[in-house]
Design a protein around this ligand. Structure first.
Ligand SMILES: Cc1cc2nc3c(=O)[nH]c(=O)nc-3n(C[C@H](O)[C@H](O)[C@H](O)COP(=O)(O)OP(=O)(O)OC[C@H]3O[C@@H](n4cnc5c(N)ncnc54)[C@H](O)[C@@H]3O)c2cc1C
Length: 402
């Protein structure tokens, strides 16, 4: 048994693998380049099967209707699920729902938990997270134009958001908006408020067309206009002015979830690369894998993926033991490191496949297009590198500027 494994996990992983192999990988060639809405009926059947087999909500504790795995264990489940673009969705641990579930579990009122969280955990609804705005740099979201003004028992929300992932078909958005512009500390000016998507004044203006996505339903990245959108004050998550505190709580674990999934994608690409290298003939009895350049790519990829896995599980272990706040720098480190390993491995795998690599005959081209965003969302590389380097330099007596 490996360093980070457990008997419970060893028994669980083969069950996940069977569903991936029998029910999800076979759907990919037919559906991956079609709108997500086309595959949804097929995935609904797989979600039902996952529930029936008792594999649902592996990310949650038993008291919250989950299976009670630690983050270290879930990391390895998530890696396996990452080998199919449909894996996390079918096991109900897909972004942004997983982050929203964790946020609401830790901070929401009983009313919000009953009304919004419960159906999310049961998988009967989807959600989205609406923070980034077109007119302000998302890397430093403290600069934000959206407002939520209190009027009696309601908030009136105005503003424009974009890149609200999975907004189309979601039943509610968790919206960041300024409620306390008078607060001296800029990090205490915004709050998180739940806005049902059927609220008057919620306008999904467009699904932004981005590379690698079919841009609908769960794969949508929406621009949304909130125009005099009225919601009850009881839809506030946590307290007024806590928006950024909660965002940090949500994004920390959210970032590690991405890293776990990316390692699964790396393993998938690595496997395809090795299969191709071992079988593609260059003439006579020479195979691609006989060439040293290809061997270098295989060796470098193996080392980088192993290093990534170790770093991610070590970070997960720290979060399990002392919480995400104390693991902030480890999370920043893996966020940029693993995103770049992902780019390297995918690029090498595409190259080894030659022209085939850029067709839709393998899953590689989907991942290559789809995952470029990894170096940007939830904080671009540069922001995480800077956070890490500034902390290191503190140890050398330099209080480096932001
Ligand atoms: C696929 C995808 C899904 C997303 N989903 C969501 C979502 O569901 N909800 C949501 O609210 N947002 C979402 N986002 C938005 C995302 O969080 C932002 O794109 C991200 O925070 C960067 O903000 P920006 O795009 O405004 O880039 P900017 O802030 O304009 O930055 C542009 C570039 O400048 C550089 N840069 C920025 N700051 C620094 C710095 N301090 N030092 C050096 N260089 C720097 C970086 O290279 C960066 O890429 C998503 C984005 C993508 C791509």
């Amino acid at each position: 048994m490996s360093l980070f494994s457990s008997e419970k996990l060893e028994q669980f992983l083969p069950k996940v693998k069977t569903i991936l192999e029998e029910n999800l990988y076979p759907l990919e060639p037919k559906y991956l380049h079609l709108p997500f809405s086309k595959v949804e009926p097929e995935l609904a059947k797989v979600r039902a099967l996952v529930k029936e087999k008792g594999l649902w909500n592996s990310h949650l504790s038993e008291s919250h209707g989950g299976l009670g795995f630690s983050l270290v264990e879930f990391g390895q489940i998530s890696e396996l699920l990452g080998t199919s673009p449909y894996g996390h969705y079918c096991f109900n641990c897909n972004a942004p729902d997983i982050g929203n579930q964790e946020l609401l579990l830790g901070n929401a009122s009983d009313y919000i938990k009953e009304t919004y969280l419960k159906p999310l955990i049961q998988g009967t609804t989807r959600s989205c997270f609406s923070m980034t705005e077109p007119d302000f740099a998302g890397s430093n979201p403290v600069n934000m134009g959206s407002t939520a003004v209190r009027d009696g028992d309601e908030y009136v929300i105005n503003g424009t958001k974009w890149f609200t992932t999975a907004a189309e078909g979601a039943s509610f958005a968790i919206v960041m908006a300024n409620t306390n512009p008078e607060a001296e500390n800029r990090y205490q000016q915004a709050s998180m408020i739940i806005v049902p998507t059927d609220t008057k004044g919620f306008h999904l203006t467009r699904n932004i067309s981005i590379m690698g996505e079919t841009n609908d339903t769960y794969f949508s990245h929406a621009e949304i206009e909130y125009k005099n959108c009225r919601v009850p004050v009881k839809n506030l998550v946590g307290n007024e002015g806590e928006g950024f505190l909660l965002a940090q709580q949500r994004l920390g674990p959210g970032r590690i979830h991405h890293c776990m999934r990316w390692i699964g994608i790396c393993e998938k690409a690595f496997d395809l690369m090795c299969r191709r290298a071992a079988t593609r003939s260059l003439g006579g009895d020479t195979k691609l894998g006989d060439k040293q350049t290809i061997q270098n790519w295989i060796a470098e990829s193996r080392a980088e993926i192993n290093a990534s896995r170790y770093m991610v599980l070590h970070t997960a272990q720290k979060i399990d033991e002392v919480g995400a706040k104390a693991a902030r720098l480890e999370i920043s480190t893996i966020k940029f490191y693993v995103a770049n390993v992902l780019m390297n491995v995918l690029d090498r795998a595409v190259q080894v496949h030659g022209a085939l690599g850029i067709t839709d005959d393998t899953v590689l081209s989907f991942y290559y297009r789809h995952e470029r965003g990894a170096r940007i969302y939830d904080g671009p590389d540069e922001v995480h590198k800077s956070a890490l380097a500034r902390q290191i330099l503190k140890g050398y007596g330099l209080n480096a500027k932001r």
